[in-house]
Design a protein around this ligand. Structure first.
Ligand code: ADE
Length: 227
């Protein structure tokens, strides 16, 4: 089954962008996943293909119209489409690896990229859009956020990552950040590789890595240990 991604955006020319390169780009070319970027403006109103208007109640900025976005959504993904519909937004629930895993095991995603000050709330309700954030900072639009979500999903699809890289002790698999890595040379600018890693003792190596992963997680992300 192919993981199918549809992105609704005012800037379809931004896609595939970085997703067309490297791991995700190779997988795209091999048909492991598919990507279509649809222009919301194709459903804009009038000669100027207007997609936005001023906020009800006043205030700065512009709001994406509900009728325009609904038309774009209905054309790209009819109600029978089983894929979750996500609206990239700093107001959404934060994206975590657990959710990425679940999405990547499904049929794909329909992603809506917000722009302007926001999207008319009625289309979020009326089309069952789930808001998803990629972090506590504000981007100028949802496109890069959509690319982040897709990259995270695609690398988990069967056959995308090499066997080595798909290991279970990566950061966030098991709520621990990754332990430190080393390779040759054995000494560099007076810094050496920790003895445990050179011992050849597999159990000692595993123990060292576990301790380091726990130390780094405690220092940087104590919140992960409480989950
Ligand atoms: N659009 C703007 N900022 C965003 C964020 N942090 N996450 C997802 N979409 C966004």
């Amino acid at each position: 089954m192919t993981f199918s991604a549809t992105v609704l955006t005012l800037y379809p020319e931004m896609f595939p962008g970085p997703l067309g390169v490297s791991l995700s780009g190779d997988a795209l070319a091999r048909g492991v996943w598919s990507l279509e970027a649809k222009s919301i403006r194709d459903h804009g109103l009038g000669r100027h293909r207007t997609v936005d208007d001023t906020p009800a109640g006043g205030g700065v900025g512009m709001v994406l119209r509900c009728d325009v976005l609904a038309a774009a959504l209905d054309a790209a993904a009819p109600p029978s489409d089983p894929r979750p519909r996500l609206l990239m937004s700093p107001r959404g629930r934060p994206l975590r690896q657990e959710r990425v895993r679940a999405l990547s095991a499904g049929p794909g995603v329909v992603l809506v990229c917000g722009r302007f000050e926001g999207v008319d709330e009625r289309v979020i309700e009326g089309r069952g859009l789930e808001e998803v954030s990629i972090g506590d900072y504000v981007l100028s639009g949802g496109e890069i956020a959509a690319m982040v979500l897709l990259d995270a999903c695609v690398r988990l699809l069967p056959g995308v990552m090499g066997k080595e890289a798909s290991g279970h002790d990566e950061s966030f698999e098991g709520n621990l950040l990754e332990y430190p890595h080393y390779t040759r040379p054995r000494e560099w600018e007076g810094r050496t590789i920790p003895d445990a890693l050179l011992s050849g003792n597999h159990a000692a190596i595993e123990k060292w890595r576990r301790e380091q992963a726990e130390r780094i997680t405690r220092e940087r992300r104590p919140d992960l240990l409480e989950r």
